[in-house]
Design a binder for this molecule. Structure first.
Ligand code: C2E
Ligand code: MG
Ligand code: MG
Ligand code: MG
Length: 287
């Protein structure tokens, strides 16, 4: 990003711009190679039912470890991929891994709902629903075991077209979740007219629990609204026992967070799922 204009200089500060542009181009290039070189992976973060302590779902999260750049965070490369359009390729790959693994776990007697983050550009592809339908059929995954995590911004552009798309996905049985809920700028009107199954409370509202009155009020309001509209509510980014206890008190349905586990490689997640089929001991219902 070009911000500085040195005193006495005219125009942009060139070397800085070139350095930034160059590193972005290098990162983009490395990202495009990473997929073919098997440096990308999909990890799964458990989603836990607060009342039963059971793992009921998982969120698929992309991971990239590069020989030159080390571990690159998706907060860094996903926006880059969104800008260049490469997210369509990347997202299709994540979707395929997630659907394949979810179908495998189901066949092993551990049916859970796997959620996949979908960027606006992916969701806006004209053949998105068609390709997803085919993928589910190929892997024989019941659509009810797949959920899409969308952000509010997806609902803002081309509202009518996106609305149709949401209804055809819902008719198929695919779950629809609003990610980072509460951080967008959209109105709440869509909640009563669109087939939304789940709200994921953004971690910025969970962080201040249990002490912060403002965060508690916001979480409480989202949970009440969810109950009234028959929409499930999940709290993201739960790190402490105190946060979890408060969420339970506020009757939030589910949580994800480091308190339970970060995203794990498929094989490790499968093992955790298998070992905890009767609920995670540390999250047994509080009497
Ligand atoms: P998100 O979908 O809101 O995912 C939640 C993020 O919070 C993940 O970061 C997760 O690792 C992190 N997290 C989970 N529990 C905790 C916790 O207790 N404390 C803290 N501090 N963080 C926690 P991650 O994996 O770095 O992903 C960041 C964002 O990148 C995601 O936010 C999502 O928007 C995007 N992303 C990740 N994977 C994909 C993907 O496959 N496709 C697309 N389109 N976007 C993705
Ligand atoms: Mg998400
Ligand atoms: Mg989120
Ligand atoms: Mg997000």
């Amino acid at each position: 990003r070009v911000k500085e204009r040195g005193r006495g200089s005219y125009g942009f500060y060139q070397p800085q711009m070139n350095a930034n542009l160059l590193s972005r181009m290098k990162l983009e290039h490395a990202m495009r190679q990473a997929l073919g070189e098997q440096r990308m992976a999909v990890h799964y973060q458990p989603r836990v039912n607060l009342a039963t302590g059971r793992i009921v779902g998982a969120e698929a999260l992309i991971r990239w470890t590069d020989p030159e750049f080390g571990v690159v965070s998706p907060t860094q490369f996903v926006p880059l991929a969104e800008e260049s359009g490469y997210i369509v390729t990347l997202g299709a790959w994540v979707m395929e891994q997630a659907v394949r693994e979810a179908a495998q776990w189901m066949r092993e007697g551990m049916p859970i709902v796997v959620s996949v983050n979908v960027s606006a550009l992916e969701f806006r592809q004209a053949d998105f629903v068609k390709r997803l339908t085919r993928l589910l059929a190929v892997h024989q995954l019941p659509p009810t075991l797949l959920e899409l995590e969308l952000t509010e911004t997806i609902l803002l552009q081309d509202a009518q077209e996106m609305e149709l798309r949401l209804f055809s996905l819902a008719a198929l049985g695919v779950g629809l979740a609003i990610d980072d809920f509460g951080t967008g700028y959209s109105s709440l009107a869509y909640l009563k007219k669109l087939p939304i199954d789940k709200l994921k409370i953004d971690q910025s509202f969970v962080r201040g629990l249990p002490e912060d009155d403002g965060d508690r009020a916001i979480v409480s309001a989202i949970v009440s609204m969810g109950h009234a509209l028959h929409i499930e509510v999940v709290a993201e980014g739960v790190e402490t026992v105190g946060q979890r206890a408060m969420l339970q008190q506020l009757q939030c349905g589910h949580f994800q967070g480091f308190l339970c586990s970060p995203g794990l490689p498929g094989a490790e997640f499968r093992q955790l799922l298998f070992n905890s089929s009767h609920g995670l001991a540390q999250f047994a219902p509080v009497k």
